[in-house]
Design a protein around this ligand. Structure first.
Ligand SMILES: *Cc1c(COP(=O)(O)O)cnc(C)c1O
Length: 796
C-alpha cells in the first residue's frame, strides 16, 4: 500500500523536490532535530559546515581594518575586492555595469537611496506597491508626495502615462513577504523607457531566499536593488544595495560623509571635503564596513553551491513544496464540511515565476468564526513548530487579504491593538495571519508535521462539538490553599493554614507588590520568558518586617528586603519608569548592589527588584478579555471587564484540575500540579459529585465572611507548562488545555475575581485556608445584591 507520504513525495519529486536535502539535515542542520522550522522568510538557516569553515578561516588569518596600508589591512582589502566581484557575479551582474554597497540589511540599503532623494531640491515623489514591506512603505514619510498602487494594473497604466516634473522613485518588492507572490520585474525597464527622472528600487529581500536574482541585462535591471544575505544563507547578518552604474549619479547628492568615504576633509575652516571618487561603493559605505561579515560571504556562497548547486535548484525544490502544502491545507475540512483554512493567494500556485514558497492563511472554526493566530502561534511553539504570525511587516498584505480597511486598522489601533500583541481577532476580523515559509533545507516531513498539528488541534470532527462547558448545581466547598506572589511572576508563597490573610482593595495583601525589571530596558520581566523565575521564592514575614527571598535548591543566602518603603543604607530605592505589556508605569527600583546582584545571578540577565507602592493607584490594569471574545453565558459576568494579567484575584477549582489531569493521563502526558495555574485561591469541593468547570457559571462566591464577584475566565498561555517546583518546561498541560478548554479561540482556565468590600464592615477583611465556600451562579434565581452588600444588609 502506498502511504500518504509516499504519494506526496512522488508528486513532489516530479515537480522538482530534491530528496537529497533530507540527507543533509542531520549533519548540516542538527539544530533542526525535533524542530519544525517554517520561517525561512524570517531567516533561512546556516549550514554547520559554513560556520566551521568560516571560523577556521578566521583562526588561520590575520585581518586588519581595511582602511590602511599595513599587511593585515591589505589582506582584508584584497579579499573584500574579490568578494565584491564574486557577489556581483552571483547575481549575473557585470562589474562594469553594477556596483555593490554593503550595508547592515536591506532596510539600510533603502535608507541610503532615500538619503540621496531627500537631498534633491524641491524634494521627490515616491510611489510604491501595496505588497511592499513596511521598510519600503516607510520611505513615503520623507517624500514630498507619495502614492500607493493597489494593484499591478494600476502600475501598468501609470507606466504608460506622461512624465511628472519632480525626480521620482518607485519601489516594489520582487516577492511579497506576506503571500509569496512574485511581482513583475519588467517594470524597471518600462519605467526607464517611459519616465525620465524616475528611478526604480527593487526590494529583493524576500525573493533571494529561494530564487536566483538575475541582473544580466543591465538595460532592463532596476536602478537600485536591495537584499539581505542572512535571508539567502542564514549567515552573515549583512545586506547590500546593488547600483546600476548608469543611474548612480543621483546617489552622489547625498550630503553626509563618514569615515572612509572622503579623500580629504578640513575640520575647522569652511566646509572643505573631497569625497572619494574612485567608486560608488567607496562613496556610500560610511565608516568601517562589516568586514568580517563580508569575508564570510565567500564561504557562504561556496557552501551553498556545494550543498544545493544553484538557486535555480532551490527555487524548484521550494516550489514543489509550496504546491504540496497548498494542497494539504486546502484539503483540511471540519466534520460539518467547512474548510479549515482560508488561504491568501493572489493568482494561483501555477509557476515559480509568480509564486514563492510562502503561504499565508487564517483558520475558521466549524461555525465559521475565526481562530486567532496568537493562539495558534502559542500552541505551535509548545509543539516546537516555528511559524510567523501577525501583520508580518506587510500592512498591504493584511489589508488586501483579510479585507481590513485602513480606517479599521486605525480603529483597532485606537482600541489598543499593537503589531505584536495578543488581539488576533477584532470586530470579527483577524488582525493578521499565519505564515508558513519554506527554504532550501525544508523537507516534505516538515509539512506533514505541520498539517498533522492543524488536524489534531483545529479540526472539529463532529458537527457542533465545541460545547465544552458543563453546567451543574451548587457545590459545597472549602478553601484548599491560599497563595500570594509577592514578586510578580516568581514563586508563590503559600499562606500557612490557620493564618488569616488580609484582602486589600487591589487583592491580597503583598500580592504582586514587587516585580523584577530588566536593567537595560526597564521592562518588567516574566516567567514566560525566564522560567527560572519560578525558583525565586519570596516569603512575606510581617512579624519581622521583611520580604525574605530564597533561591530554591541553591546555597546562596536568602535576601532580606524591608517591607517598609523607607529607604535605608542597605536598601536604596529610586523612582523610575518601568513598562508592563508596553505601558509605562511608575515604580520604585532597588539600586543596592547586593539586591541587583542577587536577582541578576539568579536569572542570568541584568535585572533588579522594583516595587509598585500599593497605596498609590498606579497599579496596572489592562483589558484582558473583550466582551466580544466571550459569547457564552452572556450576563454581566462578561460585560466589559478591566483586568490586568495580574487580575486582583485568581480562583482555581481543584475539580477542574483533576478533570484536566484525567484527560492528560489518558495520553500518558505529565500531570499538572494546581500550582502551575498560579491561582490565589484554590477551592476543593467537599460533598457530592465533583463538578469540573462549574466555576464557569459562578457569579459570586462567599468565602468565610467575605464576598467576591467573579469577573470571567482567565486566558492562558504556555506559561502553565513551567513546573513551579523545578522551573522545567513540558508541553502539558497546555496541549490538553487547548484541546479541551479552547473556547472561542481562547484557552481558558480559572476565574478572575474581585473582592466586594463591605461598606460598614467591622474590621479588616480576611480569609484563611479551610474557610467554607458558597456559590451563586447564573440562573439559580438567587442573586447577591451588590448594592445591599455594600451596606452589609440583605445578604445572609
Ligand atoms: C525581510 C524583508 C525586508 C527587510 O529586510 P531587513 O534585512 O530586515 O532590512 C524587506 N523587504 C522584504 C520583502 C523582506 O522580506
Amino acid at each position: 500500500m502506498v502511504t500518504r507520504r509516499e504519494s506526496l513525495l512522488k508528486e513532489a519529486i516530479a515537480n522538482g523536490y530534491n530528496p537529497s536535502v533530507e540527507g543533509l539535515r542531520d549533519t548540516e542542520y542538527p539544530q533542526l532535530k525535533e524542530v519544525t522550522y517554517l520561517d525561512h522568510a524570517g531567516t533561512t538557516l546556516y549550514a554547520t559546515s559554513l560556520i566551521h569553515s568560516f571560523s577556521k578561516e578566521l583562526c588561520e588569518n590575520l585581518y586588519g581594518n581595511p582602511h590602511s596600508p599595513s599587511p593585515s589591512s591589505q589582506q582584508t582589502t584584497k579579499r573584500l575586492d574579490d568578494i565584491r566581484h564574486r557577489v556581483l557575479r552571483l547575481f549575473n551582474a557585470d562589474p562594469e555595469q553594477f556596483d555593490i554597497v554593503f550595508c547592515a540589511n536591506a532596510t539600510a540599503g533603502m535608507k541610503l537611496v532615500l538619503e540621496a532623494f531627500t537631498a534633491q531640491k524641491g524634494g521627490f515623489e515616491y510611489r510604491y506597491h501595496l505588497d511592499a514591506h513596511t521598510s519600503l512603505v516607510g520611505m513615503r514619510e520623507l517624500a514630498s508626495e507619495a502614492t500607493c498602487f493597489s494593484s499591478d494594473a494600476e502600475v501598468e497604466i501609470w507606466l504608460k502615462g506622461l512624465c511628472e516634473d519632480l525626480p521620482g522613485l518607485f519601489g516594489w518588492p520582487a516577492q511579497s513577504n506576506f503571500s509569496g507572490r512574485r511581482l513583475p520585474r519588467d517594470w524597471a525597464a518600462k519605467l526607464r523607457n517611459n519616465r525620465s527622472g524616475w528611478y526604480s528600487l527593487l526590494d529583493a529581500a524576500a525573493l533571494v531566499t529561494s530564487a536566483p536574482l538575475d541582473l544580466s541585462n543591465a538595460r532592463a535591471a532596476p536602478d537600485f536593488t536591495v537584499l539581505s544575505f542572512y535571508k539567502m544563507f542564514g549567515f552573515p547578518d549583512l545586506g547590500a544595495l546593488i547600483i546600476r552604474k548608469d543611474s548612480a549619479d543621483i546617489l552622489k547628492s547625498r550630503r553626509y560623509f563618514g569615515g572612509g568615504t572622503v579623500d580629504a576633509v578640513g575640520s575647522r575652516a569652511g566646509n572643505f571635503h573631497a569625497r572619494k571618487a574612485d567608486s560608488i561603493h567607496a562613496h556610500l559605505e560610511d565608516g568601517t564596513s562589516a568586514f568580517h561579515s563580508i569575508l564570510s560571504l565567500d564561504t557562504a556562497i561556496s557552501t551553498h553551491e556545494r550543498l544545493y548547486g544553484s538557486f535555480d535548484n532551490i527555487s524548484r525544490h521550494a516550489f514543489s513544496l509550496i504546491q504540496v502544502i497548498h494542497g494539504l491545507l486546502g484539503e483540511l475540512t471540519h466534520g460539518n464540511g467547512r474548510k479549515l483554512c482560508k488561504i491568501y493567494v493572489q493568482g494561483g500556485i501555477t509557476s515559480s515565476v509568480t509564486q514563492g514558497p510562502i503561504v499565508a492563511f487564517n483558520m475558521q472554526r466549524a461555525d465559521g468564526s475565526w481562530i486567532g493566530y496568537a493562539e495558534v502561534e502559542k500552541l505551535a511553539s509548545v509543539k516546537n513548530i516555528h511559524i510567523r504570525t501577525g501583520a508580518l511587516c506587510n500592512p498591504g498584505g493584511i489589508e488586501a487579504s483579510v479585507g481590513l480597511e485602513p480606517w479599521e486598522i486605525e480603529q483597532n489601533f485606537l482600541a489598543g491593538h499593537r503589531c505584536w500583541d495578543q488581539q488576533d481577532v477584532m470586530h470579527g476580523k483577524p488582525t493578521g495571519a499565519i505564515r508558513v515559509s519554506l527554504g532550501a533545507m525544508s523537507t516534505i516531513d516538515d509539512l506533514m508535521v505541520f498539517v498533522k498539528f492543524l488536524e489534531e488541534f483545529y479540526i472539529d470532527k463532529e458537527p457542533g462539538s465545541s460545547a465544552l462547558l458543563v453546567p451543574v448545581g451548587k457545590p459545597d466547598a472549602v478553601v484548599d490553599s491560599l497563595t500570594i506572589y509577592p514578586i510578580k511572576s516568581c514563586g508563590g508563597f503559600k499562606i500557612p493554614p490557620g493564618e488569616c490573610w488580609e484582602i486589600r482593595p487591589h487583592g491580597f495583601a503583598w500580592d504582586r507588590e514587587w516585580c523584577l525589571v530588566h536593567l537595560g530596558t526597564g521592562s518588567v520581566i516574566d516567567q514566560k520568558r525566564y522560567n527560572k523565575m519560578a525558583l525565586i521564592r519570596p516569603r512575606v514575614d510581617p512579624t519581622s518586617g521583611y520580604l525574605v527571598v530564597h533561591l530554591h535548591n541553591s546555597s546562596v543566602a536568602p535576601l532580606k528586603v524591608p517591607l517598609s518603603l523607607t529607604p535605608s543604607p542597605s536598601c536604596a530605592l529610586k523612582s523610575s519608569q518601568s513598562r508592563v505589556c508596553g505601558d509605562k508605569i511608575a515604580a520604585l527600583t532597588y539600586t543596592s548592589p547586593h539586591i541587583t546582584d542577587f536577582f541578576t545571578s539568579a536569572i542570568g540577565i541584568p535585572c533588579t527588584l522594583a516595587r509598585f507602592p500599593a497605596a498609590s493607584e498606579n497599579r496596572h490594569f489592562k483589558p484582558h478579555l473583550k466582551e466580544s471574545s466571550f459569547v457564552q453565558g452572556g450576563g454581566d459576568r462578561f460585560a466589559p471587564i478591566l483586568l490586568s494579567n495580574e487580575s486582583p484575584i485568581l480562583l482555581i477549582n481543584s475539580s477542574s484540575v483533576d478533570k484536566l489531569n484525567e484527560t492528560i493521563s489518558c495520553s500518558g502526558g505529565k500531570l499538572a500540579k494546581p500550582e502551575v495555574f498560579r491561582g490565589n485561591i484554590v477551592i476543593r469541593e467537599t460533598a457530592g459529585i465533583r463538578r469540573a468547570y462549574a466555576e464557569d457559571f459562578w457569579k459570586h462566591v462567599k468565602i468565610g465572611r467575605e464576598y467576591f464577584r467573579l469577573l470571567g475566565p482567565c486566558r492562558r498561555c504556555h506559561m502553565v507548562c513551567v513546573d513551579q517546583e523545578t522551573a522545567e518546561k513540558d508541553e502539558e498541560p497546555y496541549v490538553t488545555l487547548t484541546k479541551t478548554r479552547r473556547i472561542d479561540g481562547r484557552v481558558l482556565f480559572g476565574q478572575h475575581a474581585v473582592h466586594l468590600p463591605l461598606k460598614n464592615g467591622d474590621g479588616v477583611p480576611r480569609i484563611r485556608v479551610g474557610d467554607a465556600v458558597r456559590v451563586w451562579q447564573d440562573g439559580d434565581g438567587e442573586e447577591v445584591d451588590e448594592g445591599c452588600l455594600a451596606s452589609r444588609t440583605g445578604v445572609a
